[in-house]
Ligand binder design. Structure first.
Ligand code: ZN
Length: 190
């Protein structure tokens, strides 16, 4: 799958791109392309000063995310086919998302979690994290199931964020003319 994609040209996709709502599939090939994809995702995360980035945010519905709570180059972590367990405690904090510029939502998350995942060589590892680290994992893991911070909005936040979502939708339609309604030709889209 990745061999057919120009990894260097990947960019962060924004709401309402439908890939952000897809249930992602497990990574099966732990090859050079996967390593190049992870490196590109780390570069995009740093460029946008993010603390995490999931594969669907670069348009690929794969179970993979990168994260870095400190922002320092040598702290980049890659989690392939991740699974969260031992979610304990609860804390509410404001979150943003690189695919939802200007949108902020207060989200209740577990304050601690255990992350089980594979590294780029396909070797399993586990770590325990709390606070920001646990929050990043839960946010990125949500992306792999097509869940966005929008799904946690309070009625007040829905009103506050409405204008940004409208702007993003307008931008997306402009960029992707295929989203505009066309008269049906009787052929099925691909
Ligand atoms: Zn996000």
């Amino acid at each position: 799958m990745l061999s057919q994609i120009n990894i260097d040209s990947l960019v962060i996709v924004a709401y309402p791109d439908p890939v952000l709502r897809k249930k992602c599939v497990e990574v099966e090939a732990f090859d050079d392309d996967l390593a190049r994809l992870a490196a590109k995702m780390c570069a995009l995360m740093h460029e946008k000063k993010g603390v995490g980035l999931a594969a669907p945010q670069v348009g690929l519905a794969l179970r993979l995310f990168v994260w870095n709570p400190t922002g320092e180059d040598d702290h980049d972590q890659v989690s392939v086919n991740p699974h969260l367990s031992d979610l304990t405690g609860q804390v509410e904090a404001e979150e943003g998302c690189l695919s939802l510029p200007d949108v902020n939502v207060r989200v209740k998350r577990a304050s601690a979690a255990r992350l089980s995942a594979c590294n780029l060589r396909g070797e399993p590892y586990e770590c325990v994290g709390e606070d920001l680290t646990a929050r990043i994992w839960q946010h990125e893991n949500d992306h792999l199931d097509g869940r966005l911070i929008l799904d946690y909005q309070s009625p007040g936040e829905q009103i506050a964020n409405r204008k940004y979502l409208k702007e993003l939708t307008a931008k997306y339609k402009k960029r992707k003319p295929s989203m505009r309604k066309k008269p049906s030709t009787g052929r099925r889209g691909r």
